[in-house]
Ligand binder design. Structure first.
Ligand code: PLP
Length: 463
């Protein structure tokens, strides 16, 4: 396994409950939070973070098995990235997107060097949803078509086009039904929408279903098919061999732009720079955000193939952002990518997944009646929790809330009690620590998870 420079021992948590209470009181008075009924919120007041850990004001330290929202790929407070932001702030905080700037040029060069195939031009955005928004606009202008196909099991962001493309229930509150979006079923062998017997059959049937969807929607109307290379929040669904190549072939045959959304899967998360590298597939457009600079400063973007970039050589691109390629964000991306390369962080993610997380989760699945399936790669893993291994009934129903979701809430509480901050979505827990996590840290967190699974076990029919 790659030896990472060991981060200094996480700083001693500051214990100051009064300060924490003040932070929380001001939050509850004035901060309006994402995705929430505001009156029901009780946010943890965070006092600090370092490496794989963060801590509150009461002396509780958590091993971050969620990488916040699966974005701190390089861990918290990486000294090289912090220094780069400080240096850039002293030099040039902001400049309009029309100028050429050293850190923006260098960030684009470093990203283009790593993206697959001929994806060599970078349009910078402030985050992932905007990247998706612009990728769709590029595809629509490039093809002169309007419809976009996306998978039901997906999340693509919360802005106008992105939230309509999203398949998961976060779409429902903003779904305008007229955005030119058509959803289809991607492959998911464990809960096969096609009643397949195995992965090969799932791949074949999922491709036939997509081809039918394209034909019945009218290929001449379809601008793009967008997919997460490895589906993230909606379940860490690794596509079966041949699926993405098959989608590429469908797109080529019908003149459809193929967009891969690597906002979550990119920049080391799967143990490669991009998840597409595992599948030997090159999209026409690739969206990124999160891991590009671990979210130290908001940044996202679209990588364009030569073919799409050529559309805008002599024709203006109808879009822009005041902060496209913001110097602080780009400086942090340059430092992040360089640190990841110098310190073998992508290789570490691959090794931790192959040698520590994968084997441990598979072993837990044998012992715990609540674990229906383990899937993933790198530092991107899901445990599918079930009430009944035989029927695969989920531990909680799809999109359950309140009392119906209690078994998952109890499981999450047990993880936190053990000092691990888990990622929980519906009936799944995702093991998505920073790419910098050490083997010892991962083992310690997995031991807590193992213990917490006994809580999930108590809700199974086999208890
Ligand atoms: N696409 C994917 C695959 C994501 O996972 C996310 C966020 O989780 C987004 C897009 C949206 O990114 P952001 O929240 O930065 O707008």
């Amino acid at each position: 396994m790659t030896t990472l420079p060991q981060p200094s021992a996480p700083s001693t948590p500051l214990v100051d409950p009064a300060a924490g209470a003040a932070v929380k009181a001001a939050d509850r008075a004035h901060v309006f939070h994402s995705w929430s009924a505001q009156g029901q919120l009780d946010p943890l007041a965070v006092a600090g973070a370092e490496g794989s850990y963060f801590w509150d004001y009461d002396g509780n330290r958590y091993l971050d098995f969620s990488s916040q929202l699966v974005n701190t790929n390089i861990g918290h407070q990486h000294p090289k990235v912090v220094a780069a932001i400080q240096e850039q702030a002293a030099k040039l905080c902001t400049v309009a997107p029309g100028f050429a700037v050293d850190v923006r040029s260098e960030a684009a060069r470093l990203i283009a060097e790593r993206t697959p195939g001929d994806l060599d031009k970078i349009f910078f955005t402030n985050a992932g949803a905007e990247a998706v928004e612009h990728a769709v606009r590029m595809a629509r202008v490039h093809t002169g078509r309007n419809k976009v196909l996306s998978a039901y099991r997906s999340y693509h962001g919360a802005t106008a086009a992105a939230i309509n493309l999203t398949g998961d229930p976060r779409r429902w509150g903003s779904d305008n039904g007229t955005a030119g979006v058509v959803h289809f079923w991607g492959p998911f062998a464990y809960r096969s929408p096609f009643h397949s017997a195995d992965e090969a059959q799932e791949c074949e049937r999922a491709l036939a279903h997509l081809e039918d969807t394209v034909v019945f929607e009218g290929p001449q109307n379809i601008a793009a098919i967008i997919l997460e290379t490895v589906v993230g929040t909606a379940g860490i669904l690794v596509p079966p061999p041949g699926y993405l190549a098959g989608v590429r072939e469908i797109c080529d045959r019908h003149g459809i732009v193929f967009i891969l959304d690597e906002v979550m899967a990119g920049f080391g998360r799967t143990g490669r720079w991009f998840a597409a590298d595992h599948f030997d597939v090159v999209p026409d457009l690739l969206t990124f955000a999160k891991g590009v600079n671990s979210g130290y400063v908001p940044l996202g973007g679209v990588a364009l193939s030569a073919k799409i970039a050529a559309t805008f050589e002599d024709r203006p691109y109808p879009g822009g952002l005041t902060y496209s390629g913001h110097p602080l964000a780009c400086a942090s991306a340059v430092a992040t990518i360089n640190a990841m390369a110098e310190e073998g962080i992508v290789e570490n993610a691959a090794a931790i997944g192959a040698d520590v997380i994968g084997p441990a989760l598979r072993e837990m699945a044998e012992r715990h009646p609540s674990v229906g399936e383990v899937r993933g790669m790198g530092v991107f893993w899901a445990l599918e929790l079930v009430r009944d291994k035989a029927t695969r009934e989920p531990l909680v129903p799809y999109n359950a809330a309140g009392a119906a979701a209690a078994p998952m809430a109890e499981f999450a509480a047990a993880c936190k009690k053990g000092g691990v901050w888990p990622f929980v979505n519906m009936n799944r827990t995702h093991v998505v620590p920073p790419c910098t996590i050490t083997a010892d840290e991962a083992r310690a967190g997995l031991a807590v998870l193992d213990e917490a699974l006994t809580v999930a076990d108590s809700h199974t029919v086999q208890r």
